[in-house]
Design a protein around this ligand. Structure first.
Ligand code: ACM
Length: 523
């Protein structure tokens, strides 16, 4: 009923030549007003405070990319950035569009930056010589955690692509970049104390074990972290352990806990004291590179390759000494040791949902719920008081195909996949087996771009866009302000902007005209 009503209103507006605000994610409160604002030949921007003024060059650069003329002015600008003590949430902003210009009000630089992203989208959709409907917008996010994960272990995409992704995250008000930097196929972060991690561990990827070493130097990591911070995006590193460790133990075999036939040398060795020193040393360097309060330590799928633990004398000794009954208890012992190290480093642990049974302290652990077929993991996480980020494979893993005709990405049993519409409607309780996620323990949601089936920038873009736009609206916009038909109509302008920006995307409205970008052929 509500949807039909909104569609009717939209139709009416379009007859009247008035369009709803062309903003993604959709603002949480907006009132359209009489009149319109004409885009001038030269857009001037002024700021009351130095902090807000520092946001202007980036914004001017974005407008210049649209071939619009823009500059900062010391006088009252066509756009005025005003500090407003009334804003409580640092991400909140207010926008007033009147026939005289635009006022962006915010309490903090984050909010002001988001106000400017909205203004940018309004200007972009109006175009040179066009106009924007007058309106008042008051906006703040549904969730504090609005994340995207990129796996660069399986395929390395590189700095240029990461920056492009961060630009688009910022435009969409996404604020957490979870960087999966280590896994079995390749170790991608320079650690000065252990140079073999990159000179040996960074060789190869998911499709070719002989690809020359690809990784980020510490200087490059710092550059990305800074680039992200300028866009109000926090970068959370993931160093996966005790499984998914093949690349690391290829470089330092003395810390290997062995593997299985399918996953050889998959684990670190929890029975050796040296393993904890090695990993803690690594995390110390990681800590100096990433200002985020979080370190993600994975913790997933250890059973894929811990069978040899049964045959290692040092693990037998550990089990005896600590009274550990089975390999799951050994895994939990390991996680607790590393969690203690991370707490000592002043950071908070994030782990995949396997960690909910490890007995880690709720006060210092965040759980990422990823297995939609295991709702009990979500239920346990809630009952144990963990903070949680929701990122179930369906519909939030971006390596799943987005159209039934697509051949290269993943599908779930019975062919289930992850179309944009499902991403948009997340998190409705149908995705969580009826478990209510209306609890403050839910920090937010995240899309995960795993790269087994993604090997080039073009392929990454094809899998990320347009679902990133839907993810952003799911993370930012309250249910009462969400409407899929309205989103579809706003996506017209967004897809035009993708095109202008050289992004390769899936035109979900015209699937026949939008050929799938092929994934990697496995060797
Ligand atoms: C995961 O997808 N293994 C977290």
């Amino acid at each position: 009923m509500t949807r039909h009503f909104t569609a009717l209103v939209l139709l009416l507006f379009s007859f009247l030549g008035v369009h709803s605000q062309e903003i993604i994610p959709y603002p949480n409160h907006y009132e359209q007003q009489e009149g319109k604002l004409i885009i001038p030949k030269v857009i001037t921007v002024s700021a009351e405070s130095g902090e807000f003024s520092s946001l202007i060059p980036g914004f001017v650069g974005m407008l210049e990319n649209l071939s619009l003329k823009a500059k900062e002015t010391g006088k009252k600008g066509w756009i005025q950035l005003v500090r407003n003590a009334l804003c409580h949430n640092p991400e909140e902003y207010r926008l007033t569009v009147s026939p005289a210009g635009i006022v962006v009000e915010a309490g903090c630089a984050n909010g002001c930056f988001y106000g400017l992203q909205s203004v940018f989208q309004l200007i972009n959709s109006a175009g040179t010589g066009g106009s924007i409907p007058c309106a008042v917008i008051r906006d703040n996010p549904r969730y504090g955690w609005r994340g995207l994960m990129l796996d660069e272990s399986r395929h390395f995409l590189g700095m240029k692509e990461v920056k492009k992704l961060l630009d688009f995250m910022a435009l969409h008000k996404l604020n957490k970049f979870h960087w999966h930097l280590t896994d079995s196929p390749g170790w991608r972060i320079e650690i000065k104390r252990y140079p073999l991690l990159t000179s040996v561990g960074a060789i190869g990827n998911f499709t070719d074990p002989d690809t020359p070493a690809q990784y980020y130097t510490q200087a490059e990591i710092t550059e990305i972290v800074q680039y992200a911070a300028e866009r109000f995006i926090e970068v959370i590193p993931e160093i996966d352990m005790p499984g998914h460790a093949t690349s690391a133990v290829k470089a330092y075999p003395e810390f290997s806990g062995g593997g299985s036939e399918r996953y050889p040398n998959f684990t670190f060795n929890p029975g050796k004291e040296g393993t904890y020193t090695f990993l803690t040393d690594i995390l110390k360097e990681v800590t100096t590179l990433f200002p985020s309060k979080y370190i993600h330590i994975g913790g997933d799928e250890v059973h894929f390759g811990n069978q040899q633990w049964n045959h290692l004398p040092e693990i037998e000794e550990l089990m005896k000494a600590e009274g550990l009954e089975n390999l799951v208890a050994v895994e939990h012992y390991f996680l607790n040791r590393m969690s203690d190290s991370i707490r000592t480093l002043g950071k908070t642990v994030i782990g995949w949902d396997e960690v909910v049974t490890a007995g880690l302290p709720a006060s210092n652990t965040v759980v990422m719920w990823w297995r939609q077929e295991r709702p009990e993991q979500l239920e346990k996480a809630i009952s144990k008081g963990y903070e949680i980020v929701l990122c179930p494979r369906l519909p939030l893993y971006l390596d799943f195909v987005q159209h039934p005709s697509h051949k290269y990405g993943r599908k779930w049993s019975k062919g289930e996949y992850a179309p944009i519409e499902k991403v948009y409607h997340f998190p409705d309780t149908s995705y969580t087996s009826g478990i209510s996620v209306a609890t403050p323990l839910i920090k937010g949601i995240q899309g995960n771009a795993w790269t087994e089936v993604i090997h080039t920038p073009e392929r990454l873009q094809f899998m990320v866009y347009p679902r990133l736009s839907a993810l952003a609206e799911a993370a930012w916009t309250q249910d009462r302000s969400k409407n899929y038909e309205n989103f579809n109509s706003r996506m017209e302008k967004m897809m035009e902007f993708y095109k202008k920006s050289g992004i390769v995307f899936f035109d979900y409205k015209n699937p026949d005209l939008s050929p799938e970008v092929a994934g990697p052929e496995r060797r």
